[in-house]
Write a protein that binds this ligand. Structure first.
Ligand SMILES: Nc1ncnc2c1ncn2[C@@H]1O[C@H](COP(=O)(O)OP(=O)(O)OP(=O)(O)O)[C@@H](O)[C@H]1O
Ligand SMILES: [Mg+2]
Length: 379
């Protein structure tokens, strides 16, 4: 029995070529204990796209000349459907150039029909998988770096604005509250209350902005993240249940405790849970949320995986920006994820998201394990 099964989708309309490749893959499986190749076929692009919408594949072997699509356009369409999958293009003897062009347009490699043997095919497939994974890692790192530096400068600006606004704002709230105790005609009292309530709303927004800008003092105690997750879920249990959201917990029982601010982490986790709940409810009227904790070397990893509508590539880059929201006016301030970002950052941790439209979203939080009683320097 093979330890690893590599699923391949072979998109090829020529039955002779299909048979040849599947024979080589069968031979490759037989020659290499521990690895087996499973091949599925599609002889038209449309069928391939339908297959990929419903099944998992790890590599695509792609003939560019199909009955319903020709040349680099075929690659473009497959790539836009599954940008996360490695693609190996199959070209004819006389069009090696198109293979090179395909690699420039996002394919991981190309093979020339008639010049492929079992060994080359196996090596190309494995190399394509490795190369794609390395490219993905690099891309994510780059995105993360760009995001951190952009959010850091936004944070500085927010800090400046908040500083300037907070003093006059406290004075508005202070005077409004003083006036509320005066013996005033009822209609004026109502107006003063209105001033107080709205000024208070601004103060709440300012508070959230300061949390994003890492301007909070952490009250660290020695806590277990699993307990924080359970407590947060309890706070939201009623709403989750009435919105038909099933929560699956996979909490590592051996997770070490760490010095962290329980209240702030609870706030961050609650924002992530509420976002997933809101999106799933809006998309399907129900949903499933998997919350998982694990220890990876010295880092506690907490992931929130939902089966909601997912997030477009364009929105992914703005998700943690203050005031970015896709909910209509009055339904979201767009500060939830900014607050999460500030809280996790202040713990010297990381928060990131992976998602594709239609395929749900995974928010991952990583926190360093801090030994009991240890003083933590702010990064
Ligand atoms: N799990 C998710 N699935 C899909 N989209 C999400 C998810 N979580 C967040 N988003 C997107 O990110 C946007 C920003 O989220 P954020 O929590 O910062 O603000 P909000 O939820 O719109 O408003 P607020 O949290 O201030 O009430 C959301 O409007 C939504 O478009
Ligand atoms: Mg939110």
């Amino acid at each position: 029995m093979a330890d690893k099964l590599i699923s391949i989708l072979l998109i090829e309309d020529n039955s002779g070529d299909r048979r040849l490749i599947s024979e080589m893959l069968a031979e490759a499986s037989a020659n290499e204990p521990g690895i087996a190749f499973d091949v599925q076929y599609a002889d038209r692009l449309q069928l391939a796209i339908e297959y990929l919408g419903q099944h998992r594949a790890e590599v695509i072997l792609l003939d560019l000349g199909l009955p319903d699509s020709q040349g680099l356009d075929t690659l473009k369409r497959v790539y836009s459907e599954v940008p996360e999958l490695p693609i190996v293009v199959l070209t004819g003897l006389n069009d090696e150039l198109i293979g090179v062009q395909a690699v420039n347009k996002g394919a991981q490699d190309y093979l020339i029909k008639g010049q492929v043997d079992t060994h080359l095919l196996r090596r190309t497939i494995r190399y394509a998988i490795e190369r794609k994974q390395a490219e993905e890692r690099e891309r994510r790192l780059q995105l993360q770096l760009n995001l951190s530096s952009r959010l850091a400068s936004l944070g500085l600006m927010v800090e400046g604005i908040a500083h300037e606004i907070n003093n006059p704002l406290s004075s508005v709230i202070g005077f409004a509250q003083m006036l509320m105790y005066e013996d005033l005609p009822e209609n004026i009292k109502n107006d003063v209350k209105m001033i107080n309530d709205n000024a208070q709303r601004i103060a709440d927004i300012m508070n959230n902005l300061l949390t994003f800008a890492r301007q909070q003092n952490l009250q660290r105690t020695y806590i277990n993240i699993n307990d924080i997750i359970r407590a947060t879920l309890q706070m939201q249990a009623h709403s989750l249940e009435s919105n038909n959201i099933t929560v699956i917990l996979q909490l590592d029982p051996a997770l070490p405790s760490t010095m962290a601010d329980a209240t702030l982490l609870q706030q961050a986790f609650l924002n992530l849970i509420i976002n997933a709940e809101t999106e799933m409810k809006q998309a399907h009227g129900k949903g499933s949320l998997l919350i998982k904790t694990t220890l990876i070397s010295d880092t506690i990893q907490i992931s929130f995986t939902d089966d909601g509508p997912g997030i477009t590539e364009a929105n992914l880059t703005h998700l943690f920006d203050p005031f970015f929201s896709t909910r209509g006016v009055g339904h979201g301030t767009g500060l939830g994820l900014s607050v999460c970002y500030g809280i996790i950052n202040e713990h010297n941790g990381q928060i990131y998201v992976q998602s594709q439209p239609g395929k749900g979203a995974v928010f991952t939080v990583e926190l360093p394990v801090v030994a009991e009683g240890k003083r933590v320097e702010v990064a």
